[in-house]
Design a protein around this ligand. Structure first.
Ligand SMILES: Cc1cc2nc3c(=O)[nH]c(=O)nc-3n(C[C@H](O)[C@H](O)[C@H](O)COP(=O)(O)O)c2cc1C
Length: 171
């Protein structure tokens, strides 16, 4: 077993990159918040990914939050390479609020990032994005917190995905 699997389950996100006809979507688990103020996020992208080329070219990306209902599209995004996969997917690309890279209409949220740093660590590049805009589904985020009824997606193992139990545990 790969030792990185010891950090699973993780959430799964979609990374949108590229402009216009060149727009592309890949699945990414290795995403994290880096700073609150200013809001910054990081994503580890292998140089083998088409997405790597597009983020490096346009210095922008979207972290899109899929629901379990989007699993078929997440799997295509995570197993096929290049913008032609979008023809097989059922997502709708829509304009973002602050950057040219499009957002995903069906996603629970879209976080719009401008690249402020990119550094290679081993076999991945860590792209740091300053968040310059966002949009979200108001049913999925009620009263400032995620509504678990929206079926946020998490990744357990290669082909195994789960969503969250609606039972809340408090310390
Ligand atoms: C659930 C899931 C999570 C993934 N997470 C990452 C990740 O964090 N970083 C990465 O570089 N590749 C990740 N991948 C692999 C890419 O999504 C995959 O290689 C994809 O085909 C790349 O698309 P592209 O070449 O169009 O950019 C993941 C794949 C899956 C299925």
């Amino acid at each position: 077993m790969d030792a990185y699997r010891l950090l699973y389950p993780m959430r799964t996100y979609l990374i949108v990159s590229g402009h216009g006809e060149e727009a592309n979507v890949m699945a990414a688990d290795w995403v994290t918040i880096l700073s609150h103020e200013p809001f910054m996020v990081g994503v580890a992208v292998s140089p083998k990914r088409y997405t790597h080329r597009l983020i490096s070219k346009y210095r922008e990306f979207i972290v899109s939050v899929p629901s379990l209902d989007m699993l078929r599209d997440v799997w295509i995004a995570g197993t096929k390479s290049g913008p032609s996969k979008l023809k097989e997917m059922s997502i709708t690309l829509v304009p973002s609020t602050k950057i040219e890279t499009p957002s995903i209409k069906e996603a629970l949220a879209n976080i719009e990032c401008k690249v402020i740093d990119a550094r290679d660590y081993g076999d991945h590049t860590w792209f740091v994005g300053e968040v310059v805009g966002w949009s979200y589904n108001e049913k999925a985020f009620k009263n400032g917190k995620p509504n678990l009824e929206a079926k946020f997606l998490a990744h357990a193992a290669w082909t195994d995905f789960v969503t969250f139990d609606k039972k809340i545990h408090r310390p």
